[in-house]
Design a binder for this molecule. Structure first.
Ligand code: ZN
Length: 540
């Protein structure tokens, strides 16, 4: 190990910046902005601060260090490269109070700093990134009269080059330390503060595969892009070795559709986050983010899968049939399937009633709550009903009959609260055909309207022909042919019009005898009736 020579007490970040980027050498770490991952200089990892004698360095102390920097910023620097796994031995004295190192992390992961010191009262550690941003700082104070300092700290970092500063605040003593790292196993390698920190840089992911990532001191957001080819239920399953984190879903336009805060279960000691989110077809982004700017860090994994909602009218980006004018036309007796999604709050369907009649709606929804509406052609609501599911069976069912006059209507399925899920419905709109049941001499007939479903509307009763009378039943022979006229009345006593039957007379009807007159019904009537008349001899 080379010794660090001639260094002033300076803030390592500034010094190191001047090494790498001389032109920005005097920029204070905390003033470098624009990167989401740039954290406060005193950012500490509260969740993993375990060493009792370690404490985070406060703002005030940071400022006093800055003051020192400006006094001695021109000092030359000397840095030592340290390999991961290598142990360094150093001596601190009144003349040598600062040691500077740089190291490479080949893969994103958890860095462990293990150090032992004797004879020193206090050590301050800083880790800075290659741009000079302060990522982490920690102070370890000695305990007991032997002035021993034991440090064991973990820091989650992306792959990259980093700088470690160790500052002794006094005393002569020995110091040894080593760095080790545990690979986070990232599916998409991130370097120097992360590369997928926004939608524009999201890594594409496939369904059914597990991806690994890491939230680090210098990387508090990872974005992933996926595409749903049709409206679907998305299943997200995430696990993490992180105290807490946020999961987000955004649409292609960057609109936040869903958000979940997840934290480690104290008993299970792992973070488990499972969710089901209903979405229309489209491109989406999943973001894994730190719970706060200085929030807990660590590795995580997730897997996405989906099931197609099998919509009758496929929707993408939630905009296909969300208004009356974009409603999808539906037919009677057809089952339609749809989905209310996190980004699709309503679906409209259009139907026509040909004549005033009852419309039957059968609807089922695997949604805790949903609203159904019917609007008339002008958009005026004529019916509305909220339906809640039977939690045990996991769906609701509704059958509703509406009497609607002739015209165009809209049926809408609409979201309640933030409930989403699949639904299916069928409408039966009566389509009548007029049928005539002919009256017989024994039974009344009728004129009815009948739908294919069997529903019948009765229009008119055709009363059965009951009585047939002849204008004359007895004639006296006079050598002429007899032809009595016929009258038929129905069961209500009303005369049945002549056009409903034909009259047949038996032949002859001139000589003395008995003759038959038969009525044969037609039109709305069927069957026959007959009467006889007689011609008797002239009295001599
Ligand atoms: Zn019908």
């Amino acid at each position: 190990m080379k010794k660090v020579k001639g260094l002033s007490v300076i803030l390592a970040a500034v010094m190191l910046s001047s090494c790498i980027f001389p032109q920005t050498g005097s920029v204070k770490a905390a003033e470098i902005t624009g990167e989401e991952s740039a954290e406060a200089p005193d950012a500490g990892n509260a969740a993993y601060a375990e060493a009792e004698q370690s404490e985070e360095i406060t703002d005030d102390e940071e400022k006093s260090d800055d003051a020192a920097v400006h006094q001695k910023a021109s000092a030359t620097t000397d840095m030592t490269y340290i390999s991961i796994g290598e142990t360094c031995q150093e001596t601190f004295s009144a003349e040598s109070t600062e040691k500077y190192y740089w190291f490479d992390l080949e893969k994103s992961g958890r860095l462990t700093l293990s150090a032992n010191a004797t004879g020193l009262s206090r050590l301050q550690y800083y880790i800075d990134d290659i741009g000079g941003d302060r990522l982490w700082s920690k102070r370890s104070s000695s305990t007991g009269s032997e002035k021993k300092i034991k440090t064991n700290e973990t820091i989650d970092l992306t792959a990259g080059t980093y700088y470690l500063s160790v500052i002794s605040s006094g005393g002569d003593g020995e110091f040894s330390f080593s760095l080790s790292s545990e690979d986070a196993g990232e599916s998409f390698k991130e370097e120097n503060g992360g590369t997928d920190n926004d939608r524009g840089y999201a890594n594409p992911v496939e369904f059914g595969q597990t991806y690994w990532g890491q939230l680090a001191r210098n990387d508090n957001a990872d974005y992933y892009e996926f595409t749903l080819s049709a409206s679907s239920r998305l299943y997200l399953s995430a696990r993490a070795q992180i105290k807490s984190l946020y999961l987000y879903l955004y649409d292609a336009g960057g609109k936040e559709l869903w958000k979940k805060y997840a934290s480690t279960d104290s008993a299970a000691k792992t973070l488990e986050a499972d969710a089901e989110i209903d979405l229309t077809g489209g491109v989406y982004y999943l973001a894994v983010k730190s719970a706060s700017a200085t929030g807990p860090t660590g590795s995580y994994s997730f897997c996405l899968s989906c099931t197609d909602a099998k919509e009758s009218f496929p929707e993408t980006r939630g905009n296909l049939n969300n208004t009356l004018s974009s409603a999808n036309a539906i037919s009677s007796d057809t089952i339609y399937k749809g989905q209310i999604a996190a980004n699709d709050a309503r679906d409209f369907y259009k139907f026509t009633v040909n004549e005033s009649s009852q419309v039957t709606l059968d609807a089922t929804a695997a949604i805790p709550w949903v609203y159904y509406h019917i609007y008339d052609s002008k958009g005026k609501e004529v019916w509305k009903q909220g339906v809640s599911w039977n939690k045990t069976i996991g769906y609701s069912s509704l059958t509703k009959k509406h009497t609607l006059s002739k015209g165009t209507y809209y049926f809408a399925v609409a979201q309640y609260s933030n409930y989403t899920g699949n639904y299916a419905f069928k409408m039966h709109i009566h389509n009548y055909k007029t049928t005539t049941q002919k009256a017989t001499t024994k039974k009344n007939g009728s004129i009815r309207k009948k739908c294919s479903c069997g529903h019948v509307v009765s229009l008119k009763t055709i009363y059965r022909p009951k009585k047939m009378t002849l204008s004359k039943t007895v004639y006296v022979y006079n050598g002429k042919k007899k032809k009595p006229s016929v009258k038929v009345t129905d069961s209500k006593g009303k005369v049945i019009s002549r056009s409903n039957y034909k009259v047949y007379y038996s032949s002859g009807r001139k000589r003395v005898g008995k003759y038959k007159v038969t009525v044969k019904f037609k039109g709305k009537y069927k069957g026959r009736m007959s009467k006889t008349f007689r011609i008797k001899a002239r009295k001599k």
